[in-house]
Design a protein around this ligand. Structure first.
Ligand SMILES: Cc1ncc(COP(=O)(O)O)c(C=O)c1O
Length: 448
């Protein structure tokens, strides 16, 4: 998870000129890609593949490490990412540009959302019409999951007022509670998640006894175990209590590319905001974050004017104005690589990669389960597998592999307090022999 990095070669199966894949030891923590350099590669050099970040990565640091691939797809329908994402058009169209979201919507009233169940039926037709007009989705390009979560809380604060309280599971990413602190919001309420997911019934109890505006954050693809909170049940509880809903799909959002796995994210469409990070299950070099919003009107609060960048007369004359689509000023063209991937692989190509790594994770889990010296935490839901040597100190094994330069495995502590090794399978080039090699390394490092 955090701090993890892995080399990132080119996309598999991407095109005839793609270099033959190197067998790779499944890197446990392939979720994060190498930084900057990646995007410097030339897409033209590897047609059909994303410029690899591989060049910037250090194989020594992550032995046998991972390829990654190109990605970018259209989570559009289910998640609220604009359709332009699917077509490869930039995700963040400039306000004022054709197809751009109007940046002139009034600030939303800081008030708790009216629970859906209390909407009078007689108002339904009119409400439907106006809701349609106001709820065109949109998405912002961010530096990653952390910034997307931060922005989601900022938008909630502006929509619901400074008293909005974050309610999230103990399984939620730390950036959410940190964002609450940064934004001066009330102390978040953290709901225990002994089974690794936020249970709707437990959430319901908490929401029932809280007053004031509420923002619930659910997770699709938890950082530790890769689990998906029961989103439809959570969305229903939010609607019943008038709470706003954010879904952190930084990791699991990539499942939307896959026909086979998309259903696991059912319920995401009910969210007001969704964090996506194509740097994880999207095979992009960092940075490749997105924040999708169901209602583009929510973004109006980010509007900002700096005469040297977006003078009124320039904007009125039709020049693009991106200043109000980020908290940053100077920005890297991070959307370019995403757009190239979308154009090149499309949703189907990305979906195939997702299917491959999810299948690989199942295979890895089978192999763990077949070894008496190892214990499997649970069947993987996305591509993360938690496992541990039965008779060894997990932290010591992990550090030994790291210090010997043999494997970089993540670690995760589950609700019962136990520590696990974490392998997040993201390299579609990985084969069965690589999986065995990694397990042999773990078992070989276990003191007898
Ligand atoms: C669920 C989840 N949300 C947010 C993040 C933060 O993403 P980033 O490291 O891109 O800021 C992570 C990172 O692992 C994550 O797993």
């Amino acid at each position: 998870m955090r701090g993890e990095s892995a080399p990132e070669p080119a996309a598999p199966g991407a095109g005839p000129e793609e270099p033959a894949p190197e067998p790779a030891t499944p890197d446990a923590e392939a979720r994060t890609a190498p930084a900057e350099g990646a995007s410097g590669a030339s897409p033209a050099a590897v047609p059909g593949a994303l410029p690899a970040a591989a060049s910037g990565a250090s194989p020594a640091a992550v032995p046998g490490a991972l390829p990654a691939a190109a990605s970018g797809a259209s989570p559009a329908a289910a998640s609220g990412v604009p359709a332009s994402a699917a077509s490869g058009a930039p995700l963040a169209a400039a306000p004022g540009a054709p197809g751009a979201a109007p940046n002139t919507l009034a600030r939303t009233t800081p008030a708790r959302t009216t629970p859906a169940k209390t909407t009078p039926a007689s108002n339904a037709p009119a409400k439907t019409t106006s809701a349609k007009a106001a709820s065109a989705p949109d998405a912002l390009v961010t530096t990653g999951g952390t910034e997307s979560n931060h922005l989601a809380l900022l938008l909630a604060r502006e929509a619901q007022g400074p008293g909005v309280r974050l309610v999230c599971g103990a399984n939620a990413h730390h950036s959410l509670t940190r964002a609450a602190w940064l934004l001066g919001l009330p102390e978040p309420v953290v709901v225990p998640t002994p089974e690794g997911v936020l249970e709707p019934a437990a959430l319901d109890d908490v929401l029932a006894r809280l007053d004031g505006p509420l923002l619930v954050a659910a997770t699709a693809g938890t950082t530790d175990a890769g689990l998906i909170d029961p989103l439809p049940g959570i969305a229903a509880r939010c609607a019943a209590h008038g709470a706003r809903l954010h879904v952190d799909a930084a990791y699991g959002g990539g499942l939307l590319f896959s026909d086979r796995h998309r259903g696991k994210l059912a319920g995401t469409g009910a969210a007001d905001t969704v964090t996506l990070d194509l740097h994880k299950l999207g095979w992009q070099p960092v940075a490749a974050g997105l924040l999708a919003v169901r209602d583009a009107g929510d973004l109006a609060v980010l509007r900002h004017r700096a005469d040297y960048l977006n003078a009124d007369d320039d904007t009125e004359a039709g020049l693009p104005d991106l200043l109000g689509r980020s908290l940053r000023t100077t920005r890297r063209p991070d959307v370019l690589k995403v757009a190239v991937t979308l154009k090149t692989l499309g949703r189907t190509g990305l979906g195939a990669l997702v299917d491959q790594v999810c299948a690989l994770a199942q295979e890895f889990a089978d192999r763990v389960a077949a070894r008496p010296g190892l214990e499997l935490y649970a069947r993987p839901v996305v591509s993360t597998v938690l496992f541990r040597p039965v008779d060894a100190d997990v932290a010591v094994v992990r550090r030994a592999l790291l210090e010997q330069g043999r494997a970089v495995l993540g670690r995760a502590r589950t609700g019962d307090g136990r520590l696990w090794l974490k392998a997040t399978l993201l390299n579609p080039h990985t084969g069965p022999a690589d999986l065995d090699r990694l397990l042999n390394l773990v078992e070989g490092t276990t003191p007898r």
